[in-house]
Ligand binder design. Structure first.
Ligand code: PLP
Length: 494
């Protein structure tokens, strides 16, 4: 325990020790039942007499903040933490000037905004279509528990060390095999394991852009990428999206005009629109990147989850000269809390990204990588993919049928050939942000579309996740949404 002591102060040393520990306890930093250092040890560390520490502990005990156990040792007592003292303290009345810069910063955390909106819905029987991920209840918990257990038993301390910044070699091997199986040729040495694919996106932005630079993005796009750009002071140049993905015919003119440093695209079942970039547009985009000497960041977060139609080639598979940095994740297919994503790049790009990875968090949890590798063979991956596809496609069908049944005229939505979302447009330019509170009151919520546009203008779009609820809940949720909308519309007319 490091206690700052002021030996020049008129406050006695034992009292300073008491005050410090008291503050730690009342602010919750020292939790109940934590053992305080032995008085002899603390006295030695602080360079004071043992009696000084014993006196401090005795006063804390008299206050009821600590107690002594029979066998010896002083422990923090289980008293309710009084956070009110902290509320007065933070934010400080006169924060240091450097914090003012942070207050005037131009970006707000959109993802937190959505989280807060979701958390504010208090209906006792709430149905949520708002979250971004898949259904974690499909995750084979027992198999994974066994894999984790085996790793700890068989690999022991090897799995508990930091591990390689590039990722656990056997897992990189498995990822390379999975990708190659899907027509994305990847050498294990070109695979870099990241802490979720969000980290990979951040690493690429950090490598290839500086504040004030521009990147080309789809509009709307993944909220996490928008927040990333805002927080790095990167300008976003928006390319509209239709049912065939990014409107690539708009790209060349923009490349000539704004000189972006990077093109970011989610070509498969885009978040939030569910659109899939057509084969012709894919080839055009890669050719443009080559012509204008520009990197493409390909975010393939749910590329495997196709329910209809034929698979399109990954941009990485069309890439002849290393223009494309490919990013993938196990978050949607398996479970987000693994926090295991990956990127594929080569040569100097790979080396620089590995440096950035090392400088950000040294390595993705080695234990989790071992456990995932023990669990996920190529065959198992294919099996969980088949299962997820089957279940999600069924739920998708239920949602589309329910929409046809319960939505009033004028509402439009896509059919989502794959992925997790249906993108729906309210009639008459109604604001999905305003409608949110009304829908929440009737017990159903969604992600308002404005979160997926860089300027957060009000929009009549909303995103519905069809993968997280069983069919009967989806049906009921869409029924509530349709009824709430009909009522909302009737009030607008009257
Ligand atoms: C398009 C897209 N890319 C990347 C991510 C990040 O996912 P993770 O960091 O869990 O791999 C998300 C999360 O929702 C996403 O929607």
């Amino acid at each position: 325990m490091r206690i700052p002591l002021d030996r020049e102060s008129s406050t006695p040393i034992y009292h300073q020790i008491r005050l410090f520990i008291q503050d730690q306890i009342s602010s919750g930093k020292l939790a109940p039942e934590v053992r305080l250092p032995a008085s002899r040890e603390l006295a030695r560390n602080l360079g004071v007499s043992r009696l000084t520490v014993t006196n401090a502990y005795a006063e804390l005990e008299a206050q009821g903040l600590v107690y002594t156990k029979q066998g010896g040792g002083t422990y923090v007592a289980s008293i309710p933490v009084d956070y009110s003292a902290l509320i007065g303290k933070y934010p400080a009345a006169n924060p240091p000037a450097w914090q003012n810069q942070l207050l005037t910063s131009s970006w707000e955390s959109a993802s937190q905004g959505l989280d807060q909106m979701i958390a504010s819905a208090t209906h006792p029987d709430l149905i949520s279509f708002a979250e971004g991920g898949g259904d974690s209840s499909l995750f084979p918990l027992d198999d994974f528990r066994k894999a984790l257990h085996n790793v700890l038993r068989q690999k022991g301390r090897a799995a508990l060390s930091y591990g390689d910044s590039a990722g656990y070699a056997p897992l990189r091997n498995t990822i390379a095999q999975i990708l190659t199986n899907q027509g994305i040729p990847a050498h294990p040495d070109h695979v870099l394991v990241t802490t979720g694919s969000q980290q990979a996106l951040g690493m690429v932005v950090r490598l290839l852009t500086r504040p004030g630079d521009s990147v080309l993005i789809e509009s709307p796009t993944h909220m996490g990428f928008i927040v990333l750009c805002h927080s790095s002071d990167i300008n976003m140049i928006e390319v509209p999206v239709d049912e065939e993905g990014m409107k690539v015919d708009r790209v060349e003119e923009l490349l000539c005009r704004v000189n972006p440093k990077l093109i970011y695209t989610v070509p498969n079942f885009q978040n939030p629109t569910g659109a899939c970039l057509s084969s012709i547009r894919r080839r055009k985009l890669v050719a443009l990147a080559e012509k204008y000497n520009l990197p493409i960041l390909e975010d393939d977060f749910v590329g495997d989850l196709r329910y209809k139609g034929i698979a399109q080639p990954a941009l990485k598979a069309l890439d002849r000269n290393g223009s494309v940095i490919y990013v993938g994740t196990f978050s949607k297919m398996l479970i987000p809390c693994l926090r295991i994503g990956f990127l594929v790049a080569a040569d100097v790009v790979y080396e620089r990204l590995r440096d950035i990875k090392h400088n950000s968090d040294v390595t993705t949890s080695n234990l989790m990588q071992h456990a995932l590798d023990a669990y996920i063979t190529v065959g198992r991956y294919q099996a969980s993919l088949r299962k997820a596809r089957f279940i999600f496609n069924q739920r998708r069908g239920v949602m589309i049928n329910a929409l046809s049944h319960y939505m009033p005229a004028g509402v439009r939505w896509n059919n989502a050939l794959g992925g997790l979302y249906i993108w729906l447009q309210l009639p008459g330019k109604l604001s999905a942000d305003e409608f949110y509170a009304i829908a929440a009151k009737t017990g159903v919520i969604y992600a308002p579309g404005s979160f997926f546009f860089p300027n957060r203008d009000t929009h009549s779009f909303l995103r519905l996740n069809f993968t997280r609820n069983p069919p009967c809940v989806i049906e009921e949720g869409i029924k509530r949404l349709g009824n709430a909308l009909k009522e909302f519309l009737s009030k607008q007319v009257n």
